[in-house]
Ligand binder design. Structure first.
Ligand code: NAI
Ligand code: MG
Length: 489
């Protein structure tokens, strides 16, 4: 099958330079890199390739804004500017969804229905927090008056991946801006375009120059420069756990505050008493959503033995009917993987699955002959020890495992160094709560999957992360507590 030539008008690319101190500027080195349309493998635009010199300029601009206009602004006005940014994004929602689709490869209908509304909601949620961050008065021994102040942590470095470029930007900017921090952000090298557009909209909304700085570039250069910079107080990172390990080592020198949102190998458990059609829809969505490129993808589907064969057939039918194609077409359900490296990685895992003795029941190869498309793929007969049951594939490859005993299931669900999310499908409330209590993961879904809300904390146990994003928990890493004690005698 070939992918139809893309003939519809392409979304407009308006910004390709670094955004530093409110100005668009080429990288100091003059270098650029290509951002590629994963559906066609063609270059969309050349983007400024920032590195340490640009990060230094951005950190200085962020410091000046932190000490200047941003620190003097009333918190309520800060919130008002964030609401305006959300409004401006909403006004441009169709154009932004198309740009996200172009750069990332996700279906435009999905960007429009899922990513963008969550972006807007997140910014509004945190806008409401801006004037509600405060300390307390504390009774202490002796004749003293003690109170705490909740102050912004300072200049924050934010490094994000490519799977939800705008949404990851909103998850990072929301709490940082609400807390009164200023930002040096590096979007992923695969998907810089929408973050740059959001920076422009932030300026138009009235957020002072220097509060938000965006430097596109690569991880080991621009990203590493953020981590090493002594003028940056905190780093928030989303991406691979191996990158987080590098960042933690690099950050030791300056003892930066760190938060991490990393990967997973999340168990999605189907009990025999579940509504099997709902569970099949949930397992299908939980893995294949966003081309399988989700940190919380339900990539280990555990099915109770008595319903196993019937359930696997439902999964197979769903995967086989998924519509792949041009992400900008309204009826496309699955687009390409983000880049050649991810495409190659996924195909190598499919090889491993076959070689290690799992049974590929649908998919198993490339789709078409152009773009990084991978067929929706399901392996059954997967054993816990296989690499496709252990490692994060980050693509449309589902591993189905069989179980019979509940205690054994709980133990197997936890048998991974990850702990991001887990789900269980059952009508038995006792089992549901037992699962929620005993599975070590930051998010548990019962009879649903991938339900996100700006108010609901998200993050990982074990090697899936440190700290939480979203909700009130998500503000904490952006705030320092200052204790003030005054003698009354
Ligand atoms: P990555 O962790 O290398 O990249 C994420 C971000 O970190 C990008 O902005 C990148 O430029 C930056 N980065 C890379 N090396 C850095 C360094 N030394 N210092 C500072 N920043 C650095 O992830 P990548 O290579 O894009 O994907 C590899 C695998 O990671 C995927 O196959 C997937 O398994 C996992 N991943 C998980 C994500 C999640 O949401 N948890 C998102 C993206 C990838
Ligand atoms: Mg990498």
């Amino acid at each position: 099958m070939a992918i139809a030539e893309v003939t519809r008008p392409q979304p407009k690319v308006r910004h390709t330079e670094c955004f530093i101190g409110g100005k668009w500027r080429a990288a100091v080195s003059g270098k650029t890199f290509a951002t590629v349309n994963p559906a066609t493998e063609e270059t969309i635009a050349e983007v400024a390739e920032g590195d340490a010199a640009d990060i230094d300029l951005a950190a200085k601009a962020a410091r000046a804004a932190f000490e200047g206009p941003w620190s003097r602004m009333d918190a309520r006005d800060r919130g008002r500017l964030m609401y305006r940014l959300a409004d401006f994004i909403e006004e441009e929602i169709d154009e932004l969804a198309a740009l996200e689709s172009l750069d990332n490869g996700k279906p435009v209908s999905v960007a429009r229905a899922a990513d963008l509304p969550l972006v807007i909601d997140c910014l509004r949620y945190y806008a409401g927090f801006a004037d509600k961050i405060h300390g307390s008065t504390i009774p202490v021994r002796g004749n003293y008056f003690t109170y705490t102040r909740k102050e912004p942590v300072g200049v924050v470095g934010q490094i994000i991946p490519w799977n939800f470029p705008m949404l990851m930007t909103a998850w990072k900017w929301g709490p940082a801006l609400a807390a009164g921090c200023t930002i040096v952000m590096k979007p992923a090298e695969q998907t810089p375009l929408t973050c740059l557009r959001m920076a422009q909209l932030a300026q138009e909304a009235g957020i002072p120059d220097g509060v938000i700085n965006v430097v596109p570039g690569y991880g080991p250069t621009a990203g590493a420069a953020i981590v090493r910079h002594t003028g940056i107080d905190k780093v928030a990172f989303t991406g691979e756990h191996r990158t987080a390990q590098i960042i933690m080592r690099e950050a030791a020198e300056s003892l930066k505050r760190l938060t991490f949102e990393l990967g997973g190998k999340s168990p999605n458990v189907i009990l025999a008493d579940a509504d099997l059609d709902a569970a099949a829809a949930g397992a299908d969505f939980g893995l294949f959503f966003n081309q399988g490129q989700c940190c919380c993808a339900g990539s280990r589907v555990f099915v109770q033995d008595s319903v196993h064969d019937e359930f696997v057939e439902k999964l197979r039918q769903r995967a086989a009917s998924r519509k792949l194609g041009d992400p900008l077409a309204a009826d496309t359900e699955q687009g390409p993987q983000v880049d050649q490296a991810q495409f190659d990685k996924i195909l190598s895992y499919i090889d491993k699955g076959n070689n290690e003795g799992a049974q590929c029941i649908v998919g198993g190869s490339r789709f078409g002959n152009r773009g990084y498309f991978v067929q929706p793929t399901i392996f059954s007969n997967v054993q816990d020890s296989m690499s496709i049951a252990q490692e994060e594939i980050f693509g449309p490859v589902m591993s189905v495992l069989k179980f019979s005993d509940w205690e054994e299931l709980i133990q197997r669900a936890n048998q991974t160094f990850f702990g991001l999310a887990a789900a269980v499908w059952t009508k038995d409330v006792f089992k549901a709560h037992d699962f929620a209590r005993r599975v070590r993961a930051g998010t548990i879904w019962v009879n649903c999957y991938d339900v996100f809300d700006a108010a609901a904390p998200f993050g990982g146990f074990k090697m899936s992360g440190q700290g939480r994003e979203l909700g009130e928990d998500g503000l904490r890493p952006y705030v320092e507590t200052k204790t003030v004690t005054m003698s009354l005698g």
